[in-house]
Unconditional design. Structure first.
Length: 151
C-alpha cells in the first residue's frame, strides 16, 4: 500500500488510516496515515470507522484467524458501517503460477492464498452481526466484491 487509494478518493472521504504489513515506517499525510503492521493489532486505539476495506487481503488470512478478524471489524466499525472486500477467484492462482514460472511477475504471494474460496466470505461475516448488501463478480469473473454492513 502506498496511499494511492486515499489520493484517488481525496475530497470524497475524510481522514483515513491504512495498515500495511510490508511498510517499513509510518507515513503521515494531511488526509491519511499509513501504519506498518497487521490489522487489527495496530489499528488506532479508540477509533471507530465508517468503512473498512480489505482489497485482496482476506485470501491471505489463515482460516483459523478469520473469526478474530470479523470480531475486530465488528468492534471497530460504527453501527451501519461497512466492510468492502475483494477476493480473487481460485482461477487467479493458476494464472499467477503460470506467470511466475514464465518469470513475467515476481513478488506475488499466491502461495498464501491456500485455496481460499470466495463463497466462504459470507461465513466469515455472518448474520446477525453483519448483513451482506452486495456480492458481485468482476474482471471477467476473476475477482469478487463483497460489501457487508454492521448491524
Amino acid at each position: 500500500m502506498d496511499g494511492e487509494m486515499f489520493r484517488q478518493l481525496r475530497g470524497h472521504i475524510g481522514h483515513s488510516v491504512g495498515i500495511e504489513p510490508t511498510l517499513d515506517a509510518k507515513v503521515v499525510e494531511p488526509d491519511y496515515e499509513l501504519l506498518p503492521g497487521l490489522f487489527p493489532e495496530v489499528a488506532p486505539e479508540g477509533t471507530e470507522f465508517d468503512v473498512i476495506t480489505m482489497l485482496a487481503v482476506l485470501e491471505h488470512i489463515p482460516l483459523d484467524d478469520q473469526a478474530r478478524l470479523a470480531d475486530a471489524c465488528a468492534k471497530l466499525l460504527k453501527s451501519g458501517g461497512r466492510i468492502v472486500i475483494t477476493v480473487p477467484s481460485p482461477r487467479v492462482d493458476a494464472i499467477l503460477h503460470v506467470l511466475l514460472k514464465l518469470r513475467l511477475i515476481d513478488g506475488i504471494s499466491a502461495h498464501e492464498h491456500y485455496g481460499f474460496e470466495p463463497g466462504h466470505t459470507p461465513k466469515v461475516f455472518p448474520a446477525p452481526r453483519f448483513r451482506m448488501i452486495k456480492r458481485h463478480r468482476f474482471q471477467l469473473g476473476l475477482n469478487n466484491l463483497f460489501v457487508f454492513e454492521r448491524a
